[in-house]
Design a protein around this ligand. Structure first.
Ligand SMILES: Cc1cc2nc3c(=O)[nH]c(=O)nc-3n(C[C@H](O)[C@H](O)[C@H](O)COP(=O)(O)OP(=O)(O)OC[C@H]3O[C@@H](n4cnc5c(N)ncnc54)[C@H](O)[C@@H]3O)c2cc1C
Length: 197
């Protein structure tokens, strides 16, 4: 995400613009809770109703990241980690843009540009972009099987990796068993043929 020059510029975002009211970038636990609470507060106050737009780079909106550990271990399912139903955002009038990231912010013109090319004007901007997993560049940090664990996409990759590894180890065991049987068969053959003294 880049911050466009603070100098007055009327050409930085020339595309068609939409007014999005209060824009919240990031629909993690902070962003999604903020959107819901703000919408609930506004619904009780007729004097201060601004549109609310929640933007999520991840296709999945407002899940509890902390619960990814039990999802990865198989103790829980991902659907249980959502903080709110999608219907709740809808009912409260929150516009949710999922699977798109904010690529640039122009604070002078009060607008943002999304990865899909949309340009949105904002009245207020909330940055709830959280953090990213940082990989320490130690030797072999990019070796096969070394992975970060931050979002549901990581869980899916890790789960698939574990499934493949399990499959490989089952093959290895089958191979080891037949290798064992073969050896056992060879010695029995020797025994049967009287070669074993
Ligand atoms: C496996 C795991 C276990 C954890 N366990 C604990 C725990 O036990 N206790 C604890 O206190 N904390 C724990 N944490 C940390 C906790 O999950 C985070 O502190 C918390 O998720 C922060 O919430 P957030 O909404 O601020 O940010 P995030 O959850 O990081 O959400 C930010 C969102 O913004 C999106 N985003 C970023 N940039 C853009 C952009 N340019 N445009 C659009 N969207 C964008 C991101 O994709 C993300 O979806 C854990 C984290 C993980 C990964």
């Amino acid at each position: 995400m880049s911050l466009v020059s603070q100098e007055p510029t009327h050409t930085s975002f020339p595309k068609r613009r939409t007014t999005a009211g209060i824009v919240i970038i990031g629909a993690g636990m902070a962003g999604s809770r903020f959107a819901i609470e703000l919408a609930r507060t506004q619904s009780n106050d007729d004097t201060a109703r601004l549109p609310i737009t929640l933007i999520s780079k991840e296709p999945q909106v407002g899940y509890n990241r902390i619960m990814l550990s039990p999802v990865l271990s198989g103790e829980s399912v991902f659907e249980e980690t959502y903080l709110y139903e999608l219907a709740e955002y809808e009912q409260l009038g929150i516009t949710v843009l999922a699977g798109t990231s904010v690529d640039a912010i122009d604070t002078k013109q009060q607008c943002i540009e999304l990865s899909d090319g949309q340009v949105l004007d904002y009245t207020e901007l909330v940055l709830a972009t959280g953090s990213q997993a940082r990989v320490i560049p130690f030797a072999n940090h990019d070796a096969k099987g070394v992975h970060v664990f931050r979002d549901i996409a990581d869980v899916q990759v890790l789960t698939e990796y574990a499934r493949q590894a399990k499959k490989r180890s089952r093959h290895w065991w089958r191979g080891a068993r037949s290798r064992g049987r073969l050896r056992f068969g060879i010695s029995r053959g020797r025994y049967d043929s009287g070669s074993c003294r």
